[in-house]
Design a protein around this ligand. Structure first.
Ligand SMILES: [Zn+2]
Length: 331
């Protein structure tokens, strides 16, 4: 069987938890926290499969071949359950958490453990969180609840206090590139460093970026921004265009460009940039605005990114933001 390559930066957390498992001391609730794009949900899945496997190898990895592994890989393991927002929804509702309670009240089918992965756990609404708290207070024997979150501070303190927190750190650049490069298409090999910087060092987020269509629109979008700053372009039609591409990603890019402009504008020799390939373009953009407006716009984009996660008219949000970017200059 083809050997599975697990990310290097997961190894320390893996060994820690495997050690707990071997000693029969695995916490009944784990919180996998850290930046997006580090593979936390994937790690939770790998851990669940290993916990349920009948024939783990010396490193604690699932054998991929026992009956438990076959069921797991087919997505049919009766002792594993995943919870995520339902199709078209942004939150995890109380009924979904109640179902996990029912699931845990049944006896394990194949062994000692029952695993539940909740991702993203910060999407539970208040009722769902309260319902989960009941399970966390009196977890049935053999329960392993895995909460996965990029924004763990949004999870209530009472829930967090009942979970063992396992933090995922951004890997060293070389480690990340070693993982990323073989997974990129040949024509993007040279952009590996830029992709990684754009993804704040998170390898899986960098790969996602490379696989999305948006990468091809990155430079034209920067030119759109130049058009806005120089008053050559209409913010409303640019907003419309960006919305059709991807509202969330365009806001993150706008944010990273503005932050890089602030870094460049602050002076200092050769600051580290998230967009190193746009260094000269961003220097030109700085001349079209001023530092006060750049900082103000960073603030606006941050707020807009947060709003975007709720129920909001994305068109209006983007329009307002881009108009504000343009108006800044007229003061
Ligand atoms: Zn197995």
């Amino acid at each position: 069987m083809r050997e599975i390559q697990y990310p290097d930066w997961h190894q320390d957390n893996w060994r820690l938890l495997m050690d707990c498992l071997a000693r029969g001391r695995l916490p009944h609730a784990l919180l996998f926290a850290g930046a997006p794009g580090l593979g936390k949900a994937r790690f939770a899945r790998r851990l669940s499969q290993a916990i349920l496997c009948r024939n783990r190898d010396a490193d604690g990895n699932a054998c991929q071949a026992c009956q438990s592994c076959l069921l797991f890989r087919a997505g049919n393991h009766p002792d594993f359950k995943t919870v995520a927002p339902l199709e078209g929804k942004t939150i995890i509702a109380v009924d979904q958490i109640r179902e996990t309670g029912d699931f845990l009240s049944l006896k394990s089918q194949y062994g000692h453990y029952r695993c539940i992965r909740i991702a993203p756990a910060d999407r539970m609404n208040e009722n769902a969180a309260n319902s989960l708290l009941k399970t966390l207070e009196e977890p049935p024997q053999g329960t392993v609840l895995m909460l996965v979150s990029d924004k763990s501070a949004r999870i209530s303190a009472t829930i967090r206090s009942r979970c063992q927190k396992i933090t995922f750190a951004v890997p060293a650049r070389e480690t990340a590139l070693t993982w990323l490069k073989p997974r990129l298409p040949a024509q993007m090999q040279e952009e590996a460093g830029v992709l990684l910087a754009l993804a704040n060092g998170a390898p899986m987020a960098a790969l996602e970026l490379a696989q999305g269509e948006l990468m091809a629109h990155r430079r034209p979008m920067l030119e759109d921004l130049e058009g806005i700053f120089s008053r050559q372009a209409d913010p409303v039609s640019i907003a419309d265009k960006w919305l059709k591409l991807d509202a969330k990603a365009s806001l993150y890019w706008l944010y990273s460009w503005l932050v890089d402009m602030a870094r460049l504008g602050m002076g200092g020799a050769d600051p580290h940039l998230a967009n190193p390939d746009f260094r000269e373009d961003l220097r030109k953009l700085i001349k079209l605005t001023d530092m006060k407006d750049i900082l103000l716009n960073i603030d606006r984009v941050e707020k807009a990114i947060l709003q975007l996660e709720g129920q909001v008219n994305q068109q209006l949000l983007l329009e307002d933001l881009l108009i504000a970017c343009q108006v800044g200059r007229s003061k």
